[in-house]
Design a binder for this molecule. Structure first.
Ligand SMILES: Cc1ncc(COP(=O)(O)O)c(C=O)c1O
Length: 397
């Protein structure tokens, strides 16, 4: 008899960003010159000092299992970042290092939510949030935000979504896919609303160092006394240090929650890669010039992207204050024929742009926001130039 999948197999879909990237890669494999704006990863190589630290770690024999929650040196360095930089007194016991921030989010959800619980997620949200919530048996409750409100959830919207079943709120600032950064005051207002409830918070701050202009990142747990007791902060080295392939992320939370997350991880995947942990340690405590260099490149690209998006016919976009995405409203093109196909929704739009013009974007529907397409500007200026030229022609029909 054929194997039958567990009931949870119906709950989740494969990551749409990875699926679009895979399709772009397939076309590239056929020799097609794809202009790829699908994947959210820096195009830079991991800085040399970090690579060297990894080689030193291997040579020093750090190639064995580590403690499940990570090596003490890295947990201490992460705790020191929150204590010194964010003024959030943090001990290493509160830090769990995982195989990327994605696993940190999964562990946090496994530790804190389950069947019968509701988890509030403002839309547009990062592609994996809702499916990771569903995997725990809990129900994602989506709170719609709009382009007009710059994709920010208000405290009133949050409170209106709270029910006796609400366990958690997931927030992400700077945001993927919108690039929106909540101001300190806006997050304080949300924090105050949270404190009138018994809801806990997962705050995904993975883009905290990638902000532009006057935007400043906020560490949510610091906003009000007592908030750290009900907040798990999530972050990692993937974006800031161009280390997506090394798979190191972390969660910082109350000791009891961190302990259980570590226990979950010890049963699921044991420890994160030993060599990657030593590399991540160098990333955090070593020289930061490479971060400044990458940020200045992203800053130039962002300015260029804002200028070019504004020239695209019938496309609007809230300028990104953080991360490296342009979340373009392409809905005015729905009902039209582009690239020889009638476009009805964001999936049609992105699949046709890829097939007809070889431009890879990700459909807004993957982020819970129909009507949009996400363009990642974590790619070279020359690809951006060609990409916008091509997109402009595609939109002419
Ligand atoms: C908002 C957000 N959180 C978490 C992640 C996961 O990062 P990683 O698992 O590479 O550390 C990503 C990656 O795209 C992201 O955009």
């Amino acid at each position: 008899m054929a194997l039958t999948l567990a009931a949870r197999s119906t709950l989740i879909a494969p990551s749409a960003t990875l699926a679009m990237a895979a399709e772009a890669k397939r076309l590239k494999g056929q020799g097609i010159d794809v202009l790829d704006f699908a994947l959210g990863e820096p195009d830079f190589n991991t800085p040399d000092n970090i690579q060297e630290a990894a080689i030193r770690a291997m040579r020093a024999g750090h190639t064995h299992y580590t403690p499940p929650a990570g090596i003490a040196e890295l947990r201490e360095a992460i705790a020191a970042h929150y204590t010194n930089h964010h003024k959030l007194p943090t001990t290493w016991q509160q830090v769990i290092v995982s195989n990327g921030c994605k696993q940190s989010i999964h562990n946090a959800l496994m530790a804190l939510s389950g069947p019968g619980d509701e988890v509030i997620i403002p839309t547009p949200y990062w592609v994996s949030y809702a499916d990771l919530v569903k995997l725990t048996g809990a129900t994602p409750v989506l709170v719609e935000t709009s382009e007009a409100s710059h994709f920010k959830m208000t405290p009133a919207q949050f409170l209106a979504a709270v029910t006796p079943k609400t366990k958690l709120l997931m927030i992400n600032s700077p945001s993927n896919p919108t690039g929106v950064v909540y101001s300190h005051a806006e997050l304080e207002a949300i924090a105050d609303a949270v404190l009138t409830t018994s809801v806990g918070v997962l705050s995904d701050e993975i883009y905290e160092q990638l902000v532009y202009g006057n935007a400043t990142p906020t560490c949510f747990a610091t906003l009000r006394p007592g908030l750290a007791d009900r907040t798990v902060t999530l972050s990692g080295v993937s974006k800031t240090y161009a280390m997506t392939g090394w798979r190191i992320g972390w969660a910082v939370g109350p000791v009891a929650v961190a302990k259980f997350m570590g226990d979950v991880q010890s049963q699921e995947t044991s420890n994160p890669c030993s060599v990657s942990q030593w590399a991540a340690l160098e990333a955090i405590v070593g020289p930061q010039d490479s971060v400044k260099h990458m940020l200045s490149e992203f800053t130039k690209r962002r300015a260029y992207v804002i200028e070019r998006v504004a020239q695209l016919p019938d496309v609007t976009c809230v300028p990104a204050d953080g991360a490296f995405y342009a979340f373009m409203n392409v809905s005015k093109h729905f009902g039209r024929t582009l690239g020889g196909k009638k476009i009805e929704n964001s999936t049609d739009f992105c699949l046709t742009a890829l097939a007809a013009s070889h431009v890879a974007l990700v459909m807004g529907s993957a982020f819970g926001a129909e009507g949009y397409a996400r363009l990642s500007f974590a790619t070279s200026m020359s690809i951006l130039e060609r990409g916008f030229d091509t997109l402009g022609k595609f939109l002419e029909g």
